[in-house]
Design a protein around this ligand. Structure first.
Ligand code: NCD
Length: 320
């Protein structure tokens, strides 16, 4: 048990997708689909979270996740505060929990937390008042649950299903929270085959990613895939990262148009971003007709709206 649910079974926190039942994942994806907004259309807005205060606490860099959590909360009518952790009293030695208790006293109801250290979102979740929710926006290399959901939603939209598909995740899987959350989401949702494709140094240990097919050769790993998910090398989590030469890596593992031909002709290409063009992916693939990368970004707001609406619905006294 992850301790994410309330006594009545409703979702209170979202720290990981591991252990969430298929029905819970599907409900979140269905809810997110209702919030999806076509490019150029006026985004949905509601008062579902009126009177709720959401705080974004990010101690690692973020563009998409932070902005989309903020937009998601605002489009549901919440009040939003973004704490610049480097400029906060954390920089004067205040502990994470003291910062949290201060914000709680200021009536923050939902904490959105990204931290390089494993365990931080769970620690906060274990210490906040019962009406408060914690949503992980990326925990070390452990998990990134809303990314896993938006990846699943993107696949479902583009392919019409997840069940029965062959998905290849390619790149620095060892250090990737995105890969771990994709693994939990896609295996629960019935993917036929999940491949993890990486040079040996970037593959995870055998005690993880059970049931996945491992490939150290990208051409074999891509063969017949329906979905190709590319990952950035997480240099900030690798000690001797200078050993990893970008040009060598691109030659051995970069996704080019020629390589993509090994996958199914209608395969889609995904990337959580930030992308390093010319390292893990060629520009023409990233911007090409098979790319679903912009859809992933769009779906990020919809998924975060669905998660916020779901945790808020279970709050005692909430009318959402
Ligand atoms: C990812 C992350 O932060 O884990 N980015 C994201 O949230 N879309 C991927 C990465 O940093 O490589």
């Amino acid at each position: 048990m992850t301790g994410q649910t309330r006594a009545d079974g409703s979702l209170r926190h979202l720290l990981t997708l591991e252990g969430l039942p298929r029905t819970a994942l599907e409900r979140l994806l269905d809810r997110a689909q209702e919030f999806v907004c076509a490019p150029g259309a006026r985004p949905p807005s509601s008062r579902l979270l009126a009177g709720v205060t959401v705080a974004n606490l990010f101690t690692e860099p973020s563009t998409r996740t932070r902005v989309s959590f903020e937009l998601a909360a605002k489009r549901l009518g919440a009040d939003v505060v973004n704490l610049e952790v480097q400029l906060s009293s954390r920089a004067k030695g205040e502990s994470m929990l003291d910062t949290i208790f201060t914000l709680e006293a200021l009536h923050v109801d939902v904490f959105v937390i990204r931290d390089a250290e494993a365990g931080v979102p769970g620690l906060v979740a274990a210490n906040v008042a019962p009406h408060v929710s914690v949503l992980s926006a990326g925990e070390g290399s452990v998990s990134h649950p809303t990314q896993g959901l938006l990846d699943a939603l993107t696949i479902r939209q583009r392919k019409g299903r997840i069940e029965g598909l062959t998905v290849a995740i390619v790149g620095d899987i060892r250090h990737s929270r995105v890969a771990r959350s994709a693994y939990h989401a896609l295996t629960t949702l019935g993917v036929a085959q999940l491949r993890i494709v990486a040079p040996p140094a970037l593959l995870p240990g055998d005690d993880e990613f059970h049931g996945c097919v491992r490939h150290a050769d990208i051409d074999a790993g891509l063969r017949g895939a329906d979905v190709v998910m590319m990952l950035r090398i997480q240099r900030e989590r690798i000690q001797d990262e200078a050993q990893l030469d970008s040009a060598d890596y691109f030659r051995a593992f970069g996704l080019t148009t020629a390589r993509l031909r090994r996958a199914k002709p209608d395969a889609i290409v995904m990337h959580p971003q930030p992308m390093n063009r010319g390292v893990e992916i060629a520009s023409d693939v990233a911007d090409g007709p098979q790319s679903a990368i912009r859809d992933q970004v769009r779906n990020g707001v919809a998924v975060r709206m669905a998660v916020l609406a779901t945790v808020a619905r279970g709050r005692s006294g909430a009318d959402a």
